[in-house]
Design a protein around this ligand. Sequence first.
Ligand SMILES: Cc1cc2nc3c(=O)[nH]c(=O)nc-3n(C[C@H](O)[C@H](O)[C@H](O)COP(=O)(O)OP(=O)(O)OC[C@H]3O[C@@H](n4cnc5c(N)ncnc54)[C@H](O)[C@@H]3O)c2cc1C
Length: 395
Amino acid sequence: MNLDLDDDARAFQAEVRDWLAAHVPARRLPPVDTAEGNAAHRAWERELAQAGLSVVSWPAEYGGRGASLLHWLLFEEEYHAAQPARSGKRGKQEAPLGPAAPVRINQNGLFLLAPTLFTHGTAEQRARLLPRMARSDDVWAQAWSEPGAGSDLAAIRSRAERTDGGWLLHGQKTWSSRACCADRAFGLFRTDPAAGPHRGLTYLLFDLRAPGVTVRPIRQLSGDNGFAEIFLDGAFVPDADVLGEVGNGWRVAMSTAGHERGISLRSPGRFLAAALRLVDLWRNAGDSSDGALRDRVADAWIAAQAYRLHGFASVSAPPGHASPFAASLTKVFWSELDIALHETALELLGPQAELPGDWLAGYLFALSGPIYAGTNEIQRTVIAERLLGLPREPA
Ligand SMILES: Cc1cc2nc3c(=O)[nH]c(=O)nc-3n(C[C@H](O)[C@H](O)[C@H](O)COP(=O)(O)OP(=O)(O)OC[C@H]3O[C@@H](n4cnc5c(N)ncnc54)[C@H](O)[C@@H]3O)c2cc1C
């Protein structure tokens, strides 16, 4: 493919870069799991939405600008590379700046639920849910995992019982990212206990503040309330909030999982920006006689570039071209790259690496990459059995 951007793409890139340079807050926003941080991140999302930048590839009727997925990739590159307006030019000895644009508080909605709604939602659901999501009026959490159902997701025991006009939820969910600061959740529930494990599940959208819902934060390794347990005791979900058909939840969930493992949740821009910061760190702090470490910096940069090209190839391929299981390959790739990038940075920093900072925080979060979105062990089984056609593991 021709990798040169056309005039339209270049103009879009410049627009995004200029807007971010003028608007990225000069000071870091407080963490999303605090009341102050929650409000500040929602305000930032509203600002992005007003500028037509919160969901560039969505149709205009839902708050986007109907841009191509290639433009979305370019937006992501600019977003992750952005620096605050007042940072100015850096001197040679100054420490490289970390990621500056606020984390997307609604990432589960924007990058996981929205693409699922585009594929499986009704026109009514899209019209009702997407514009609010685009402005982060509704922030979404994913409520799939349970104490006995992580890798073995089909072992879900939380159930939805039929009632007049909808469903009543019972059970417990866990590890729900951002649930403590979210408004709504998309969950998987057993609606037919007599059907096989994969068949009796339904994908339901529910209100985290409804009567019968209790959200209890869980403190992460970093000290943040990154995720939460959700206890359900008869919370009501109207029929209008069944996504896909009743009993077809597994299929809908696998569509979400494809976006979670592929480029939607973790776009190439994120790793490209981190790789460039690593190169910067090498230039500032590297020991030129340490060829092995220099090679690791170069490897990380090359891998980030490769992922960028993979992103371009993915959005240019005709629909249905790639196997639905290819996202497992992507997931293993980005999660391992994230660890390698951060490990290399910590080694470059030496004893300084132990001081609180972006590289250490990034490293701690990178360690969770091989776990969330389906563990890498499970992804390797999918790659072996579904992509390579190797013999199935004995049950
Ligand atoms: C940062 C983070 C954010 C998360 N956010 C969410 C969220 O928002 N919503 C949500 O629902 N969940 C979320 N999760 C949960 C995540 O999906 C689960 O942790 C993951 O699916 C693994 O499940 P588990 O923790 O129960 O581990 P287990 O399934 O108990 O696995 C434990 C270990 O055994 C291995 N293992 C299990 N079965 C097999 C097998 N068949 N073959 C080989 N190895 C196997 C696993 O790979 C793993 O190493 C999050 C997790 C993390 C770390």
